[in-house]
Ligand binder design. Structure first.
Ligand SMILES: [Zn+2]
Length: 415
């Protein structure tokens, strides 16, 4: 049995977060392609180098730390995640995966193990969409899925474009797509991530195995009525856009619950944005925009719900005599991971005495891009109260050690 060096794991948890406390009021803000992300990546590089790994940065800024196997001609097994965060996020979303991967390598090295095929730890750039509204930029580039033209002029709230941000951290925009790797360059990819939910705990399990990543359908709905004075316009002569929208909000939530109960897979749906115009105390709202995010790994289920929502709003709009426009912003197929890789990850965990739970991922991760090209497996560890993207995001040392242990044993079997 391999023994994880718990003190070392704890030390590098602080080191990659460039901090001496993991729970601070303002949390961590390491946006993609910022100097804060850069600093965390430098720590990653330093730790990897000290472990005797050979590190390189690819053209998209992803850092790859490689442990050469005894037969280094073979394609490596890669494992990784990201170190950027949302604004005021926590020190575990992404970081947990990077830390547990490094810890697993340290554990194997301490035990005297030498892999026969190479192992890589990958730290992806700019996974979160919080700076540019575009997620998983680094892993998209590596998997060859990045539409460079579509994002180059996208700007953050300070007016800095993706291209400029990329160049500010010393990368060359014209070379960015060269980060793409061929299928033959990797054998498989594994990611460990915090669950960002509470299903593992609810199931009385210790870790989760995600079979699939639920990708969203996103609807944008605009309702146009007629503005008027709130004091002088009679009730029977109004075209109030907000009155038309109001019942839709509870419909979305109730309908998602109802359809989830009747299906094998859950579907979740949220009215997540709402703007009201003119938003003035004495004026009847004439324009309302709603953004709706619908997710399930059952693509048919989520599309049926999207259609039902569309029908509902059309009928609500008719009743209130307002005009209605529905636009589908995103409609992506869910991504299914490799059953064999998942089964062996689960087996390894259970052989160590931990209880595994088969589940889906409601959130996107770097692995969804890697899954387009390579066999992949996603391992979840619990996080406290399911809280993530928040300063109080926390994964226990015990669960981090479990994660490192499972990965170490998995790599020992596979590499
Ligand atoms: Zn993440």
């Amino acid at each position: 049995m391999l023994k994880v060096d718990e003190q070392w794991l704890s030390d590098i948890t602080y080191q990659v977060n460039c901090t001496d406390t993991l729970l601070k009021e303002e949390g961590f803000t390491r946006l993609g392609f910022s100097k804060e992300e850069e600093k965390a990546i430098q720590q990653f590089t330093e730790i990897s180098t000290n472990l005797g790994l050979h590190t390189r940065q690819d053209e998209a800024g992803n850092v790859i730390a490689k442990w050469e196997g005894s037969d280094s001609k073979d394609a490596p097994i890669a494992i990784g995640s990201h170190l950027d965060t949302v604004k005021h996020g926590g020190g575990f979303d992404g970081a947990a995966g990077v830390i547990c991967a490094l810890s697993a390598i340290k554990t194997l090295k301490d035990s005297g193990f030498t892999p026969s095929i190479p192992i890589e730890v990958i730290c992806f750039r700019s996974e979160e969409s919080s700076r540019f509204g575009v997620s998983t930029i680094g892993s998209k580039a590596m998997a060859g899925l990045l539409d460079k033209e579509a994002i180059k002029d996208v700007k953050d709230e300070d007016g800095t474009s993706v291209q400029k941000a990329v160049e500010e951290v010393g990368l060359t925009w014209s070379n960015f797509e060269k980060a793409e790797r061929m299928k033959s360059e990797l054998k498989q990819f594994i990611e460990l991530h915090i669950e960002q939910g509470t299903r593992i705990e609810q199931a009385g399990s210790s870790f989760g195995i995600a079979r699939a990543i639920a990708c969203p359908v996103r609807l944008s709905i605009e309702l146009s009525g007629k503005a008027g004075h709130t004091g002088t316009t009679p009730m029977d002569n109004r075209r109030d856009a907000l009155c038309a929208a109001a019942p839709l909000i509870s419909y979305v939530s109730e309908e998602a619950s109802r359809r989830s109960e009747a299906s094998d897979y859950p579907v979740v749906a949220t009215v997540s944005t709402l703007t009201v115009e003119p938003n003035v105390m004495t004026v009847i709202p004439d324009t309302v925009q709603l953004g709706i995010d619908i997710r399930s790994v059952d693509d048919e289920l989520k599309r049926e719900l999207a259609e039902a929502i569309e029908k509902k709003i059309i009928s609500l709009a008719n009743e209130s005599r307002v005009e209605c426009r529905v636009e589908t912003l995103v409609d992506d197929d869910s991504v299914f991971l490799d059953p064999e890789t998942l089964a062996s990850l689960k087996r390894v965990g259970e052989n160590l005495g931990y209880k595994g739970f088969d589940m889906e991922s409601g959130a996107g991760h770097d692995i969804m891009n890697m899954a387009h090209k390579w066999p992949t497996g996603l391992l979840f560890i619990p996080c406290k109260d399911g809280v993530s993207h928040h300063p109080s995001e926390f994964a226990s040392q015990e669960d981090m050690v479990m994660g490192a242990e499972i990965i170490a044993h998995y790599l020992k079997n596979e590499a």
